[in-house]
Ligand binder design. Structure first.
Ligand code: SAH
Length: 347
């Protein structure tokens, strides 16, 4: 019999399943409490051995384990996390004055092929399940001394490895799990989903009633230039993506964020500023301009912070709200676009 991942279930679902296997319902609460304290199955002492044996027969309980921790000089921490099938993904914790933001992965690898990003090197290995996506928050929350009723992480950004809207079912299930009052209780207002622009799934997200902050990796102001760096641009035009954003906005009034990583000679000219103005002037939005973080295997070049600040100033002067994103965790390859799947703990 195929074991299922326990964390893919809400607490109520787990209770029903436990009951069907002849285990008392309250054992589900006990086991979730333990998992949220960072314990693995063998560390659980308050559940009888025969129940634990039964649970182990039906479920994978230990689905994520921190296997490496790297600390940046700016306080950012990067975690390598090993999943039950030995895949290793990366998760990054950033500290801000308002709280702690966790940048989590949604796929092992990625198949989007963006020319500047490390996550897509080697392609997609597999989608992560909702429980595996959630487990990143659980293990880091426990690392910080938190538990089920003691939340240490305040915000979540789906900006790690993978394209969240290429794994729609599991990602949306994760959002429901993480906002569940029984769990970390992180509201959708504090969750940001970043996408390269899979337009149909932006409509779906709105239709399904989600209210997470939507961030679009735009990175160009016309389709021709976008196609040079983002293969997805061949499938969905900027206009199609922006229409989907309007639809999302009409459903929940959440300001849309656009990410714009400056790539030298591709998207950084005066012409691009004017095109951006025309595309975005009527929208309630904000542009995060990003300085390209270097990825060894990638040949694209970025601009320096001073040039990037100039680009931001010009956008502001034509009426587009924009800021230059702080770069965190660069010295540990934990910044935007530097996360990747790993082959082993020492990789
Ligand atoms: N697949 C999603 C989320 C992951 S990437 C998406 O495309 O939005 C998170 C952000 O980092 C995206 O805006 C991405 O385009 C950007 N990014 C990727 N590689 C980068 C790099 N080398 N330097 C700076 N930003 C990068």
């Amino acid at each position: 019999m195929q074991k299922q991942k326990l964390l893919d279930n809400s607490l109520n679902e787990a209770k029903i399943l436990f009951e069907s296997f002849g285990i008392k319902k309250f054992r589900a609460s006990q086991i979730y409490d333990a998992i949220y304290q960072g314990k693995s199955l063998q560390d659980i002492k308050n559940i009888p051995q025969n129940d634990l044996k039964m649970i182990d027969e039906h479920f994978i309980v230990d689905i994520a384990k921190i296997c490496k921790i790297q600390k940046s000089s700016d306080g950012t921490i990067k975690f390598a996390i090993k999943l039950a099938d030995e895949s290793i993904i990366e998760t990054v914790l950033m500290s801000y004055t308002y709280g702690k933001t966790l940048c989590i992965s949604t796929q092992v690898g990625c198949r989007m092929g963006c020319k500047f990003c490390a996550s897509t090197i080697g392609g997609l290995v597999r989608n992560m399940s909702a429980g595996e996506i959630l487990a990143q928050a659980i293990v880091v929350n426990a690392y910080l001394g938190g538990s089920k009723n003691n939340r240490q992480i305040t915000n979540i950004v789906l900006m790690g490895c993978g394209e969240p809207l290429d794994n729609y079912e599991e990602v949306t299930k994760f959002i429901k799990l993480v906002e569940d009052k029984d769990f970390l209780n992180i509201s959708q207002r504090n969750i940001s989903l970043s996408t390269c622009g899979i337009a149909p799934n932006i409509y779906k997200l709105a239709d399904d009633g989600f209210k997470v902050n939507l961030t679009i990796s735009l990175h160009a102001s016309n389709d021709e230039d976008r196609k040079k760096i983002m293969p997805i641009a061949r499938k969905y035009s900027i206009n199609e993506v922006l229409k989907a954003c309007d639809y999302y906005f009409a459903h929940n009034n959440r300001r849309i964020y656009f990410e714009y990583t400056l790539v030298q000679g591709v998207n950084d000219s005066e012409k691009h500023i004017m095109e951006l103005k025309n595309l975005l002037k009527s929208k309630v939005c904000h542009v995060n301009v990003i300085v390209l973080n270097e990825v060894a295997e990638r040949s694209v070049k970025g601009v320096n912070r001073k040039q990037a600040q100039k680009f931001v100033d010009k956008l502001n002067s034509v009426g587009i709200s924009a800021t230059l994103r702080r770069t965190l965790g660069q010295d540990i390859d934990g910044a935007c676009g530097q996360l990747r799947k790993r082959l082993g703990e020492n990789d």
